[in-house]
Design a protein around this ligand. Structure first.
Ligand code: SF4
Ligand code: SF4
Length: 395
C-alpha cells in the first residue's frame, strides 16, 4: 500500500470554514465529479443539558456547515444529506434538534436519521467477525464525507474515523453488534468489517478536533481545546495520526491495527505524509480511559482485572436508556427506586450503558472478586511466570 496523506490545520480566530477548506485541499481535495447523492456523516451521539457540555461529544455543526458550503461550491448537482444514528435507544431526531443540527436545513440540505431511506442487510466479504448486519441505504448508496470527532473511548480507547461509521448502522442493530463483538478486540473487528463495506464510498474524512475529549469518552470525558481540523481520504491513516497527536501509539488501537493489517488503509506513521502542522508541535498528552488489561499477555490477569459498570448510588432519573441499550439484557431499572441493577453474569463489559446514561451516574470499576479467587489467580500467575523463567534458564 502506498503513502497516505493526512492534513493537519489550525483553526485560527474561530474561522472554521478556512480551516476545513484548507484541510480538504491539502488532503487532495474532493473529487471533481460525484455521481451519487452525498452523505455527510457527523458524530451526533447524544446531547447534554447545555451546549457547552455537549460540545466535546459531537461534531461541531460549524464544521459540517463549512463542508456543506465546500460541497455546494463544487456544483455536483446532487442531494446532500447530513445524517447519523445516535446512541441505541435514543431518538435521533430529538438529538439532531437538541444539538442544533436542524439549523443546517437552512443551507438547503436534508438533516435526518440515517435510516431515512430504509436499510439493507449486507454480508461483508471475508468478515473478520461480523457475518451480516443491516446498513442504512443512505450510507450504501451515497458518496460519504465522514466527519468524526477526536475523542477517547472507554471500550475502544479512541473513537475517530473508523468508529464514527458505526453510526451508519440504524437503531438497535448497533446493540446486537456489541453482543457479537463481545470484547474490545471483537467489537473493533466488527467496526473494521463495517468500514470494509463502506470504504469505497468515502470521498473524504474530516475530523473535528476543535474541542476534543479525554478521559471517560465518548460521552463523559473532559473537553480538550485543540483548535484543529484534520483531513484525509484514508480513514485508517487519519486515525493513526489523530492517535499520535493524542500521545497514544496507533498500534494500541485495535481498529487502526486490524484495518491496517488487513490492507484497508495505512496505519504506520512512517508510510503517511503529513501536510500542514507537524505532529510534534501540537501533540498533547490525552488522559486515556483506564488501561485495559487485554493488552497484557496472561489471560488470568485479564479475567482478574476485567471492568464492569456500577451505579454511582444516586442521580438516576429512571429514563431506562441503559436498560434499552444493553445488548445482553443485563440491566433492569427499578422505576420506583430510580436505580439500575446489573446482572454481572450476563454483562459483557461493552460500556454502552455508561456511554448512554444522560446523568453520568453509571461508572466503571474493577470487577470485585472473592479473596480465594484473587489468591488462586495470583498463585496461577506466579506458577506460570516460574515455568517461563525455568524454561528460559534451562535452554
Ligand atoms: S450492563 Fe452495560 S456494560 Fe454490561 S453488557 Fe449491558 S450495556 Fe454493556
Ligand atoms: S442509570 Fe442512567 S441511563 Fe439508566 S435509567 Fe438511570 S439515568 Fe437512565
Amino acid at each position: 500500500m502506498g503513502k497516505a496523506k493526512v492534513a493537519i490545520v489550525r483553526i485560527e480566530n474561530g474561522d472554521f470554514f478556512s480551516a476545513v477548506q484548507k484541510a480538504i485541499e491539502l488532503a487532495g481535495g474532493l473529487p471533481e465529479k460525484i455521481e451519487k447523492d452525498i452523505l455527510i456523516k457527523p458524530n451526533i451521539l447524544t446531547f447534554k443539558k447545555t451546549e457547552e457540555e455537549t460540545s466535546p461529544i459531537i461534531t461541531n455543526p460549524e464544521v459540517v456547515k463549512s463542508i456543506i458550503k465546500i460541497v455546494k461550491e463544487k456544483d455536483y448537482n446532487k442531494k446532500i444529506y447530513v445524517a447519523d444514528s445516535s446512541g441505541s435507544g435514543l431518538d435521533t431526531s430529538k438529538v439532531i434538534e437538541k444539538t442544533g443540527f436542524t439549523k443546517l436545513e437552512e443551507e438547503g440540505v436534508t438533516v435526518c436519521q440515517i435510516s431515512l431511506n430504509g436499510s439493507t442487510e449486507i454480508e461483508p466479504k471475508n468478515p473478520l467477525k461480523l457475518k451480516r448486519t443491516t446498513f442504512s441505504n443512505l450510507s450504501l448508496n451515497s458518496a460519504i464525507i465522514n466527519v468524526p470527532k477526536m475523542k477517547t473511548h472507554t471500550l475502544t480507547r479512541v473513537t475517530l474515523a473508523i468508529k464514527n461509521l458505526f453510526g451508519t448502522i440504524p437503531g438497535m442493530e448497533k446493540s446486537r453488534i456489541h453482543a457479537v463483538g463481545n470484547t474490545a478486540k471483537g467489537f473493533s473487528k466488527c467496526l473494521v468489517d463495517i468500514y470494509s463495506v463502506l470504504k469505497d464510498n468515502i470521498v473524504m474524512n474530516v475530523m473535528d478536533a476543535s474541542i476534543a475529549m479525554e478521559g471517560h469518552g465518548p460521552s463523559h470525558g473532559s473537553p480538550v481545546k485543540m483548535d484543529l481540523i484534520l483531513a484525509s481520504k484514508d480513514a485508517v491513516a487519519l486515525d493513526a495520526v489523530a492517535t499520535s497527536i493524542m500521545s497514544e501509539k496507533p498500534s494500541r488501537v485495535f481498529t487502526t491495527r486490524i484495518a491496517s493489517e488487513n490492507n484497508l488503509g495505512v496505519g504506520n506513521l512512517n508510510d503517511i505524509e503529513i501536510v500542514g502542522e507537524k505532529i510534534e508541535n501540537i501533540r498533547r498528552k490525552f488522559k486515556m480511559p483506564e488501561k485495559f488489561i487485554s493488552f497484557l499477555p496472561i489471560g488470568i490477569f485479564f479475567e482478574l482485572a476485567k471492568k464492569q459498570p456500577k451505579y454511582k448510588g444516586s442521580g438516576c432519573i429512571a429514563c431506562l436508556r441503559c436498560q434499552k441499550i444493553c445488548p445482553v439484557q443485563a440491566i433492569v431499572v427499578d422505576k420506583k427506586e430510580k436505580r439500575p441493577y446489573f446482572d454481572y453474569k450476563k454483562c459483557i463489559s461493552c460500556f454502552s450503558c455508561n456511554e448512554i446514561c444522560p446523568e453520568g451516574v453509571i461508572t466503571i470499576t474493577r470487577r470485585k472478586y472473592g479473596k480465594h479467587i484473587l489468591f488462586g489467580g495470583l498463585l496461577s500467575s506466579l506458577i506460570i511466570a516460574l515455568i517461563v523463567i525455568l524454561s528460559i534458564l534451562l535452554t
